[in-house]
Write a protein that binds this ligand. Structure first.
Ligand code: SAH
Length: 306
């Protein structure tokens, strides 16, 4: 899964109508703006210290551009640190975010200031392991006659783990606990506990066979927010959420922002309303997608979680 996704992201920009899938920041500027507001609000209530803005898997840089514009309006213009492994997407990000710095991993993020970190649809792309049945036998995959052959599940219970995700969230939490700041993680995942086999592939905006054409389709799995929260808490940060993306965006003021945008360009009012619904409605992205925050001890309670 790791190799397939590394190849997949290294060789294309998969986002948007012409690509394979669309993410929240590509649906509407409101998403990144409200995340920028979340960062600026926390920073103001923390008495405006110098900080770095960091993002994990920033895609086209759209979220960061929208968030930084909003932060600028609040008097916050932090240096921009991007954790991104894809050379193709780094090039796209450089056009949107002049002056940014790139990193292969959390380990090289600067250590001199508190960090405000955002990760949207990053953890779902990290590799998982599956364990089958009461003995928790690891599901293995064979390769024969030009195709992948996964162990059959045969109606047994499947548990998933993502050691790569836990290592990254622990490294991030350790930094935040030591340096100050917070991280906002947005992704899709179940409410609690085991949810079975959630590995999926998406190609051209449709579900595809995850075992076919490795490296040419996006492989993702549900993010286990409880496991991320436990791993982060063990490193000394406070956890807020997970909470549904819909209620989180509503608390952050998406309806007011949508009304303002619609008033400013009446010709786009229907489009703005449709984007708002796509991000917020429970049967669309509002319930399956969730927001969770990691906050350094002594930092303020983050917006959107109460
Ligand atoms: N956050 C963006 C893009 C999501 S797609 C958005 O919401 O639109 C996943 C992103 O994570 C891409 O930028 C991809 O190149 C990056 N990525 C995937 N695996 C990674 C890894 N192991 N390390 C760093 N970046 C990774």
């Amino acid at each position: 899964m790791a190799e397939a996704n590394t190849h997949y992201y290294a060789t294309r920009d998969p986002l948007g109508a012409a690509g394979d899938f669309t993410t929240a920041p590509e649906i509407s500027q409101m998403f990144g703006e409200l995340i920028g507001l979340w960062c600026a609000d926390l920073w103001q209530r923390a008495a405006r210290p110098p900080v770095h803005y960091a993002e994990l898997g920033p895609g086209r840089g759209t979220l960061a551009a929208d968030a930084l514009r909003t932060m600028h309006g609040a008097g916050l213009d932090p240096p921009v640190e991007l954790v991104e492994t894809s050379p193709v997407l780094r090039t796209v990000q450089a056009q949107r975010l002049p002056g940014a710095h790139w990193h292969d991993a959390v380990a090289t993020l600067p250590e001199d200031r508190p960090l405000l970190v955002v990760a949207n649809e990053f953890f779902d792309a990290l590799p998982i392991h599956q364990h089958i049945g009461p003995e928790r036998r690891e599901r293995m995959v064979a390769y024969a006659d030009g195709r992948f052959l996964p162990d059959p599940i045969g109606g047994e219970d499947v548990r998933e783990t993502s050691p790569a995700s836990l290592a990254i969230v622990a490294a991030l939490a350790r930094r935040i606990a030591a340096q100050g700041g917070a991280a906002l993680i947005l992704d899709y995942g179940a409410e609690q506990g085991a949810s079975g086999d959630t590995l999926q592939a998406v190609s051209r905006h449709a579900f595809a066979d995850p075992w076919a054409e490795p490296g040419s389709r996006d492989l993702t799995a549900f993010v286990d927010f409880q496991a991320l929260a436990e791993a982060a808490r063990a490193e000394g940060v406070d956890i807020f959420g997970p909470r549904g993306q819909g209620p989180w965006l509503e608390t952050m003021g998406i309806d007011l922002r949508a009304a303002t945008l619609a008033k400013a360009s009446p010709g786009r009012a229907a489009e703005v309303g449709a984007a708002r619904d796509r991000l917020v409605q429970p049967e669309q992205m509002g319930r399956l997608f969730k927001a969770m925050a990691l906050v350094a001890p002594g930092w303020p309670v983050p917006a959107g979680f109460a």
